[in-house]
Design a protein around this ligand. Sequence first.
Ligand code: NAD
Ligand code: TYD
Length: 350
Amino acid sequence: MKTIAITGGAGFIGSHVVRLFVNKYPEYKIVNIDKLTYAGNLANLKDVESLPNYEFVKADIVDADTMMQLFKKHQFDAVIHLAAESHVDRSITNPTEFVFTNVIGTVNLLNAAKAIWKDNFKDKLFYHVSTDEVYGSLGEEGLFTETSNYDPHSPYSASKASSDHFVRAYFDTYGLPSLISNCSNNYGSYQFPEKLIPLFINNIRNNKPLPVYGKGENVRDWLWVEDHARAIDVIFHKGALGGTYNIGGHNEWTNIDLIKVMCRILDKKLGRPEGTSEQGITYVKDRAGHDMRYAIDASKLQNELDWKPSLQFEEGLEKTIDWYLENENWLENITSGNYQAYYEKQYIKR
Ligand code: NAD
Ligand code: TYD
């Protein structure tokens, strides 16, 4: 029996990682530590919340004392750390929040792990989940590899880069067993509709404008979230300590091409004449410091740990659009803010 802390498990990617681990490893006890910010939604985990090997703890990783107490109480064998402020646009308006959660929160977890493991690190692991955005922006050619220089531009990517450096520093200085993975843009079910794909699905559904930043020529490499969760599973179990693994879909799209594909799929699914949804496209002021292109070389992960994406993008995008259309309640609850009452109903008044 292992006890694993998963931070940020009520968020988009975290909820997929929790679901995978709770279902696949009944011999692991999974403790989901999440503050439930605007991005945390326990409704994402309804299907696993009553399983015996799952526990939820509402806590803020910025609170060092609480983290230390939680580590003492549960004696975690491993941490999979996903809790973060994750939206670039929010980081531009409120960078400090990103320093607190992404940098200080990560250091608090590293300190708690180091203290509880008392420098006896056998069979222990701190797995830090990070982003390809730490590498900065690519020109038309080339891919990010594990040895690409760090060159973050947004407050979000600067805070994630800083947290990556702390994880490596604890490995180099104290020998704290750790691993980092840097993944490209994820898409799939349960993503908060502030990020491009769910925001645009929701806006198309509601006949709202589709705000394209700049000329829509920026490029992102999209990976299905469940393939990211599978990669985390493989790296968690087989990754080399102190290692870094890039995770990506080999699936580059300019924003405008991707948006047009979404419009076409949704026209069909909503029974609208072809070309209707595209009429909502509205070019707006570009994001400040907008990175031009991200693209990942995931060959290390494929060659060393035999992971590769399971879905073609067109299939994944269609699946994702179907999920949002079939889960209108989930979307309505988010956009109305109702989901925030779920914790109280589920965990306090019981
Ligand atoms: P998200 O914003 O959907 O979820 C973040 C979760 O962390 C939420 O449940 C939130 O309540 C929780 N949280 C935030 N601050 C907290 C705090 N102070 N204490 C405890 N919990 C807190 O994010 P996501 O998209 O699921 O991303 C998860 C991780 O993966 C992040 O570390 C992010 O940097 C990384 N990542 C994301 C992507 C992507 O495309 N979304 C790609 C690569 C890496
Ligand atoms: P986003 O989903 O915020 O992810 P990230 O910035 O971390 O890559 O944005 C993806 C791309 O879509 C990015 O180039 C910005 C662009 N974008 C828009 O054009 N309009 C929008 O409303 C949003 C949210 C993003």
